[in-house]
Write a protein that binds this ligand. Structure first.
Ligand SMILES: NC(=O)c1ccc[n+]([C@@H]2O[C@H](COP(=O)([O-])OP(=O)(O)OC[C@H]3O[C@@H](n4cnc5c(N)ncnc54)[C@H](OP(=O)(O)O)[C@@H]3O)[C@@H](O)[C@H]2O)c1
Length: 342
């Protein structure tokens, strides 16, 4: 294999095989492609990818579903041809203006795609150092799903100061975002009721839920009104009025997921939530989570200390990344799915 070297990089291959797509579609739209190893711009670093955590966002961009998402991610094909947003790896090259990281640093972070590859270029500001003792595979589970859980609980008022004893219902507790929401809420002292699929019930209980209910056997309209201080909705198409009656006056329903309409996605639910929130004292708050490296750093610290325990359902090697995307696309993941890099 040919290699090149520069002032910033150690000897690296000049070409690599990535999993890319040039049309929207299911996992069959994704195929191996040989491309040059990219060079970092002034504020970027080149990372050797050791692990990529997959999220439902990867499947949504892969499919261009809902259609409205294509306005942001590419009208005819995804601008990010390579999926895989959460990465853990080692810095192997750094742009001239990068002062926060250097070659050899172990890092993790949420990118805008490109993780299903041996190398990826990332703005340095998106990455944080991986603490000692935190495995790459575990680190790669954290940024997007853990960050979304963190931001959802903040919107629900379940932060360190106010969470102790708060009663929280988590709808969709068994997937990536859900299982982080369960354990972060429990860690802060909340009393967690988790609604999850049958394969996830033991996991959410082990992660701190005091009650675990199977979602296909639970009718939310049968739960007593005002049973919770907060409800975090990560899955399902429950009517907003039904969700809102479950919280106490002054309580909050956080909408992480807004249903699955094929064209406009969650927009209709977000609009209804805003209108309904004008009336009464129970809040409906849609979440638009963003990449926040400071939260990733805190999640990494908690995971390294054993205070949170990401659950990895399955690890695929990079050579089988398409199967990992298909698994995420099926939307029955328990915890997280990770692709092992090089
Ligand atoms: N607002 C934001 O900024 C933001 C950020 C990140 C993610 N999200 C959204 O959050 C959602 C979850 O993402 P994720 O990556 O965590 O997905 P995921 O890992 O694929 O979650 C799948 C899990 O959800 C469970 N589930 C499906 N329907 C359910 C229901 N009605 N009640 C309870 N559990 C149910 C599944 O259980 P079964 O196997 O039993 O079906 C499975 O365990 C997605 O809709 C995603 O788009 C939003």
């Amino acid at each position: 294999m040919t290699t090149h070297a520069s002032a910033e990089t150690t000897a690296l291959p000049t070409a690599m095989t990535v999993w890319s797509q040039h049309r929207y579609g299911d996992a069959d739209a994704v195929a191996p492609e040989d491309v040059p190893v990219p060079s970092p711009g002034p504020h970027e670093v080149l990372v050797r990818v050791h692990a990529t955590g997959l999220n439902s966002a990867d499947a949504r961009v892969m499919r261009g579903d809902p259609l409205i998402l294509r306005l942001a991610f590419g009208l005819r094909r995804p601008r990010a041809a390579v999926q895989g947003r959460d990465i853990a790896g080692t810095v192997v090259g750094a742009g001239a203006a990068v002062t926060t990281l250097q070659v050899g640093d172990a890092v993790l972070g949420e990118t805008t795609g490109g993780g299903l590859a041996p190398f990826v270029v990332v703005p340095a500001a998106r990455l944080v150092r991986r603490p000692e003792g935190l495995d790459d595979l575990v680190a790669a589970t954290l940024p997007m799903a853990g960050g979304t859980a963190w931001q959802a609980l903040a919107l629900a008022g379940i932060d360190d100061a106010a969470a102790r004893g708060a009663r929280v219902l988590i709808v969709g507790a068994g997937g990536g975002v859900g299982h982080f929401t369960v354990q972060l809420a429990a860690l802060r002292g909340a009393e967690v009721t988790a609604l999850a699929g049958p394969r996830a019930l033991a996991m959410v209980t082990a992660l701190g839920a005091s009650s675990a209910l199977e979602h296909r056997r639970t009718d939310l309209s049968q739960l007593a009104a005002a049973s919770f201080d907060a409800v975090v909705v990560i899955a399902g198409d429950h009517p907003l009025r039904q969700l809102r009656r479950l919280v106490v006056p002054g309580g909050t329903v956080v909408l992480v997921s807004g249903g699955s309409r094929p064209v406009i996605g969650p927009l209709a639910v977000i609009a209804r939530a805003m209108v309904l929130s004008v009336f009464g004292s129970r809040h409906l708050r849609p979440l638009v989570a963003t990449a926040k490296p400071e939260i990733t750093a805190e999640l990494a610290r908690l995971a390294a200390a054993g205070e949170i325990t990401p659950h990895i359902e399955r690890v695929w090697p990079l050579a089988h990344a398409r199967a990992a995307l298909a698994h995420i696309d099926a939307a029955h993941t328990v915890g997280k799915v990770v692709v092992r890099g090089i």
